[in-house]
Each structure stands twice: as structure tokens, then as C-alpha cells.
Design a protein around this ligand. Structure first.
Ligand code: HMG
Ligand code: MG
Length: 300
């Protein structure tokens, strides 16, 4: 069966905007976050403290958080942090939640982090330790949990190894990234079972599906039926990783809310307000939202 309620972990301001060609002004980014909160989302990933050389789109992270003030702080306003330099910057901005982001494959670790799997865990270890000392909430993303554009399908035990190595650092929550959207429902079930066997239960696991192959909703439903209660989504279906060949947008938050509303699962989100936000953001970006629900309800 399905749960009574689901936590939507909104990644639009981070995953969505990291992949845009156009530079979105910091004040527009902050306004985007405010509108998402007004629409009823509780958990919003606001930005990234990564290298501005690697992701110039989010180089203004400190400005965005300064603009947001108290709204950008709290255990449900995480930011991406790869290394201690990023953590220092995040702490200066007053954040109370961070997300590290590892990989299930060697190739993507090299491409996205400039180092291999073992070295990337070494980079994250002091970030998690210091975050815990500072009382922060810590999420661990693992990318390429289903398929990798260079290595092909990724064996579930290899993914489980990567998840265990990051969760063993002491992270509070895991997010399973289908970075290029090739995963399918049976594969989702198999991975969740493998994780359970390795001691990582669905109570600590979120899912992060990109919708490249149109599988994101089916995969989400499968994960929910298996007991997952945290689902990542991006308003308007923005998103993608600039270092992952062929990555496109995340599961659109509107598409997720439509499905959950229909099933009577509570999310706290006002769908009309969200669609209006996506239409506003599409104007800022100069192109229409790829979300099916935004198109259907958008009124153009
Ligand atoms: P590095 O080892 O320092 O490498 O960075 P570098 O030598 O290329 O350094 C570049 C410059 O950035 C240096 O400055 C560093 O000091 C500086 P320079 O000497 O050239 O003047 N630098 C920093 N500056 C500010 N803040 C920092 C920072 N770190 C270094 N934190 C690093 C390694 C991991 C930082 C780099 O590779 C990086 O930033 N990678 C991030 C890539 C990224 O953000 N990808 C997208 C997010 S992951 C994703 O989207 C997947 C996800 O959605 C889940 C899924 O879908 O699967 C989460
Ligand atoms: Mg992503």
C-alpha cells in the first residue's frame, strides 16, 4: 500500500539551476526558494557550495542565502558540500544541513569530483565529522545507482558498497541518484532489497530520479510501495548534472504531486501555486517547463 504522507525533497534551486545555460541572478534564485516554500514545500535544497570553476551557475550561493536570511537556515534547507572548503563557506552562511555527494562508479567519481571512489570518501569524511560536531543534519547522495553513461548498468552490490561507505561516515539520510534516468521499477526494488540486507533500511533512504527515460514516476511508486518516504523532485522538471553525459531533468514536483494527490497521499503542497511558480521560472529561463502537469495545467 501507499503511506498517508510523503516528504518531498525539493531540488529545483540546486539540481535544477546548476544545469542552466543562462546565469540566473541570485535574487531570482532566492525568490524561487521563497515561492516553493509558499507553495507548501517543507524541504528545499537551496544551493551548492562547490567549486565555482566547476559549477559557475551556483557561484553565488552565499548571496542567495544572505537574501533568504532565516528562510535559508534550518535542518530542512540543505546545501551541497563536497569538501572542507565548501563546509566552511556553508557554515559562514549559517546553514544547518548539508549534503555530500558520492558516486557508485569510478568513472563518474573522477568526472564529477576529480578523484576516484576511495579518494572521494576520504574527502567527505572530515566534512561529515565536522558537520556532526556542529550539529548539522547530513545527507549522502550516491549518483549512478542504476546506470552510468560510461560504464553501463551498475550492479546493485557495487551500489550498496558505495552507499555503505558513505552512510558509515555517520550520515542521517541516503539519496539514491538515478542520475541519467535509466532505472526501471524492478531494478529499484532489487536495489532497495540489497540495501536492506546491508543494514540500510527504507526509513533512512530517499530516491532521486531523473526522468530522462520517462521512468521516474513508476520508479517512485515502486519505492513508495517498498516503504520509502522521502522523494526528491524538481519543480518544473528542471535539472541535470553538467558532468553526467545525457542527464536531463529530475522528476517534476508537479508530476509527483499530481500522482500523490490522486492517491490521497498528503504532501502539503498546493499544486496550483507550484505550477504558477514553474511558469514564472520558465519566463526567467526563457523556455517552457518540460513537466507534463505544468503543460496540462499551465493554461497556454
Ligand atoms: P578540487 O579538488 O579542489 O579541484 O575540487 P580543482 O583543482 O579543480 O579546484 C578547482 C578550484 O576550486 C580551486 O581554486 C579550488 O581551490 C576551488 P583555484 O586554485 O583554481 O583558484 N575550490 C572551491 N572553491 C569554493 N568552494 C569549494 C571549493 N572546492 C575547491 N567547495 C571539487 C574538487 C569536488 C570541489 C570539484 O570537483 C567540484 O566542485 N565538483 C562538484 C561538481 C558538481 O557540483 N556536480 C553537480 C552536483 S552532483 C549532482 O548533480 C548529482 C545529484 O543530483 C544526484 C544525482 O542526480 O545522481 C546530487
Ligand atoms: Mg540529480
Amino acid at each position: 500500500g501507499l503511506p498517508e504522507s510523503v516528504t518531498i525533497y525539493e531540488v529545483g534551486p540546486r539540481d535544477g539551476l546548476q544545469n542552466e545555460q543562462a546565469v540566473v541572478p541570485a535574487e531570482v534564485k532566492a525568490q524561487f526558494v521563497r515561492r516553493l516554500l509558499d507553495a507548501g514545500l517543507t524541504t528545499v535544497e537551496t544551493t551548492s557550495f562547490v567549486s565555482p570553476r566547476w559549477v559557475p551557475q551556483l557561484a553565488d550561493a552565499a548571496e542567495v542565502l544572505a537574501d533568504l536570511g532565516e528562510l535559508g537556515r534550518g535542518r530542512d534547507r540543505p546545501v551541497l558540500v563536497p569538501n572542507e572548503r565548501g563546509l566552511d563557506r556553508a557554515l559562514e552562511s549559517g546553514v544547518q544541513a548539508v549534503a555530500i555527494f558520492g558516486s557508485a562508479t569510478e568513472t563518474f567519481a573522477q568526472r564529477n569530483l576529480g578523484r576516484g571512489l576511495a579518494e572521494s570518501v576520504e574527502m567527505f569524511a572530515p566534512v561529515v565529522r565536522r558537520s556532526q560536531e556542529a550539529g548539522l543534519w547530513v545527507r549522502a547522495y550516491v549518483s549512478m545507482c542504476f546506470g552510468d553513461p560510461w560504464e553501463g548498468p551498475v550492479p546493485v552490490e557495487q551500489v550498496a558498497d558505495a552507499c555503505v561507505s558513505l552512510m558509515d561516515l555517520g550520515c542521517d539520510q541516503l539519496s539514491l541518484g538515478d542520475t541519467i534516468g535509466t532505472g526501471t521499477p524492478g531494478h529499484v526494488e532489487a536495489l532497495l532489497e540489497a540495501l536492506e540486507r546491508r543494514g540500510i533500511g527504507v526509513d533512512r533512504t530517499g530516491v532521486h530520479f531523473h526522468d530522462t527515460y520517462g521512468q521516474a514516476l513508476a520508479n517512485t511508486l515502486t519505492a513508495l510501495r517498498a516503504g520509502v518516504r522521502v522523494v526528491d523532485a524538481s519543480t518544473g522538471g528542471l535539472g541535470g548534472c553538467p558532468y553526467a553525459k545525457s542527464a536531463t531533468g529530475n522528476l517534476a514536483t508537479e508530476d509527483l504531486v499530481w500522482m500523490l494527490d490522486g492517491a490521497g497521499v498528503r504532501t502539503g503542497v498546493d499544486l496550483d501555486a507550484l505550477v504558477a511558480t514553474s511558469r514564472w521560472m520558465a519566463q526567467q529561463l526563457g523556455r517552457p517547463s518540460p513537466s507534463r502537469v505544468v503543460k496540462a495545467l499551465g493554461g497556454d
